[in-house]
Design a protein around this ligand. Structure first.
Ligand code: SF4
Length: 222
């Protein structure tokens, strides 16, 4: 589908996502990226406590680390936001656990939000999907140790689309997986695979989008 046809569909889709109130235990606002027609789609887990006030995903410390990784293979934060479609398993902040960490979304919440992700996969039609973090990886590849799936290229299918999958670990500073072996080596392998993937290369070499992404709707408290 051409960018001219895809972008209005995505803009309309994101308006609907921003109005979503399906999950009673989730904390708004709904956080999404821009409508971007791209062969590359990145899937995060869920926004943290600060993303809502910025109105965009990966707006805080985990994002700084993620965009450091992507900049090392050609796409810094502005390029990522303009040229890669950024989706998520869940689009609202799940809240904190009693222990102080971010709550992992429940299976019902994942299922509720997966309808939005399915529609994005169907409309964007990516050739490369990058699941970031355990929850996003499990959504596509099932439960498996991170060391078995990161640093490898997989084939996946969903919502009538078939694509390559190159998973990345969660870039949170609280995660030690990618700082220690074998995580550090496998992260390096994953970035090498991403940087040489034809769809990633296409996005790196692309001229800035001819249809500038409109700003996302203003965040709303629920
Ligand atoms: S997490 Fe997803 S499905 Fe649940 S309320 Fe937020 S946008 Fe809607």
């Amino acid at each position: 589908m051409s960018a001219k046809r895809t972008l209005p569909l995505l803009a309309q889709h994101l308006d609907e996502v921003h109005a979503c109130t399906r999950c009673p235990d989730m904390i708004g606002p709904v956080v999404t990226g821009h409508p971007v027609a791209s062969p590359v789609l990145l899937v995060g887990q869920a926004p943290g406590p600060r993303e809502g006030e910025f109105g965009r995903p990966f707006a805080w410390t985990a994002g700084k680390q993620l965009f450091k990784w992507t900049a090392s293979i050609g796409l810094d934060e502005p390029a990522m936001r303009a040229r890669v479609y950024i989706a998520a398993v869940c689009r609202c902040f799940p809240g904190k656990t009693k222990q102080g960490g971010d709550r992992v979304p429940s299976p019902d919440e994942v299922a509720a939000c997966s309808e939005w992700l399915d529609r994005e996969l169907a409309v964007v039609g990516p050739r490369l999907v990058i699941p970031v973090g355990r929850l996003a990886i499990e959504t596509f590849l099932g439960k498996a140790p991170l060391a078995d799936v990161i640093g490898r290229r997989h084939r996946g299918s969903r919502a009538g689309r078939v694509f390559d999958l190159i998973p990345l670990p969660h870039p949170s500073g609280a995660s030690t997986w990618w700082k220690m072996e074998p995580g550090a080596t496998l992260l390096g392998e994953a970035l090498k695979l991403l940087g040489s993937h034809p769809s990633w290369r296409e996005v790196v070499l692309a001229a800035p989008p001819s249809y500038p992404a409109p700003p996302p709707p203003a965040p709303r408290a629920r």
